[in-house]
Write a protein that binds this ligand. Structure first.
Ligand SMILES: CC(C)(COP(=O)(O)OP(=O)(O)OC[C@H]1O[C@@H](n2cnc3c(N)ncnc32)[C@H](O)[C@@H]1OP(=O)(O)O)[C@@H](O)C(=O)NCCC(=O)NCCS
Length: 174
């Protein structure tokens, strides 16, 4: 195993990037689509074993204040050896001084807590994924139940109005 990290976007084999993301079940997009999203990202990390990409991560950013991490994936045989932590660390290093948000798989919450992230009580998501993907996310535990309220929010007048429903919210943008 000869692990190296690359944080530039030149000479990337996008087929390998797409394959890593597919194997991790994080994204099924094509190599052409991965090239677009990674090239449009502010910060990237590619993990190589020799000449082959075995891990990827990227972040969007406004360049000064706010950033968001996406597509963190490492091939299974490389997991549990500190490589993921190093990869995420190198991504965060490129976002120095910026606030960082991310939503992760329900099974990797602890990992990010170990890296200093806090769970956000007011984080909101508006997903325009297909019905099948949304159903999978619902079942896998990505979302709090609809109109969820924390204990200290019950009976607060500002939390009592009718909540927007996804199809209505979507119509605003159609
Ligand atoms: C998430 C991922 C990149 C982590 O990489 P990794 O190399 O296995 O992680 P590391 O070995 O560097 O572990 C770092 C720390 O996080 C912990 N950790 C790793 N995976 C974890 C998980 N799934 N849940 C909880 N903790 C985890 C490790 O125990 C370690 O803690 P320690 O330093 O106290 O020992 C990798 O497991 C992966 O690609 N998983 C599949 C895709 C995925 O779920 N991505 C995240 C969604 S954004």
């Amino acid at each position: 195993m000869n692990i190296t990290y690359k944080t530039t976007k030149e000479n990337i084999n996008w087929e390998e990037v797409a394959a890593v993301l597919k194997r991790s079940h994080l994204s099924d997009h094509t190599a052409k689509e991965q090239k677009i999203v990674f090239e449009n990202s502010y910060a990237v990390v590619f993990v190589y074993d020799g000449e082959t990409i075995v891990g990827v991560a990227r972040a969007l950013s406004d360049g000064l204040f706010q950033a968001a991490i996406y597509n963190v994936a490492l091939d299974e045989e490389y997991q549990g050896k500190g490589i993921g932590r190093e990869m995420i660390g190198r991504l965060i290093a490129q976002l120095k001084g910026q606030n960082i948000i991310l939503y992760t798989h329900p099974q990797t919450v602890l990992l990010y807590e170990k890296m200093g992230f806090r769970r956000a009580k007011t984080a909101m998501e508006l997903f325009f994924a297909g019905e099948e993907e949304l159903e999978w996310m619902e079942k896998t535990g990505f979302f709090l139940p609809e109109n969820f309220r924390f204990c200290d929010e019950y009976n607060r007048p500002d939390m009592k109005g009718p909540a927007w429903k996804y199809p209505e919210a979507k119509r605003v943008f159609d």
